[in-house]
Ligand binder design. Structure first.
Ligand code: SF4
Length: 188
């Protein structure tokens, strides 16, 4: 089996990219739709649980692909229900994500960079300096984690109704990855 870093992280692929990827590995593109439902509607990251895929395909996917979200290292809920997460995106990089529930909606505030190169004087992130841009998989992985960890209160079976890029980083400085996120099914 390839190492985790060599396998394709399917969280970072749009539906179109995933269909193309399935075609490239010799599989029917409709398999992408099945996998997308497991990953983004049910937050499943284990190919063995994707029971409408043939066992041979599941074994093949385990060799070359992965569904890997960043890791939550802090999950703290305040009195008003706001839930703050600190997420480890690897190599010591930490980013913040905040879930803000209201009766009729729930907003997820996500990060686009580790640190930030702008130095807004009122902002603690600005004082940390800049480490790197997040990848599309790391950005969509934040939403994936929220949907996996927080009760689904909103139709159609969602925890989050609104997403804002107001965590760490200036999203326009990571334009390509942020735009790619908007066409990922989890953010749709
Ligand atoms: S994260 Fe936002 S507020 Fe903070 S330094 Fe960067 S651009 Fe300014």
């Amino acid at each position: 089996m390839s190492s985790a870093s060599e396998r394709v992280n399917l969280l970072g692929l749009s539906p179109q990219q995933l269909r193309k990827w399935f075609a490239e590995i010799g599989e029917k593109p409709f398999r992408a739709t099945q996998v997308l439902k497991w990953v983004h509607q049910r937050q499943v990251d284990d190919f063995d649980q994707m029971t409408d895929l043939a066992k041979s395909l599941r074994e093949k996917l385990k060799q070359i692909a992965i569904v890997k979200a960043p890791e939550v290292v802090l999950d703290k809920t305040s009195k008003d229900g706001t839930r703050k997460f600190v997420i480890d995106i690897g190599a010591g990089g930490l980013v913040e994500m905040v879930y803000i529930p209201e009766p009729d909606r729930a907003t997820l505030c996500i990060s686009s960079q580790v640190g930030c190169p702008l130095t807004c004087t009122f902002c603690s992130t600005g004082r940390q300096g800049f480490n790197r841009n997040l990848t599309t998989a790391e950005i969509i992985g934040q939403l994936w984690l929220a949907e996996r960890l927080i009760e689904h209160k909103f139709p159609p079976n969602r925890s989050v109704t609104n997403i804002v890029f107001m965590g760490m980083g200036e999203p326009l400085l990571n334009y390509d990855a942020v735009v790619a996120v908007t066409v990922c099914p989890g953010a749709g």
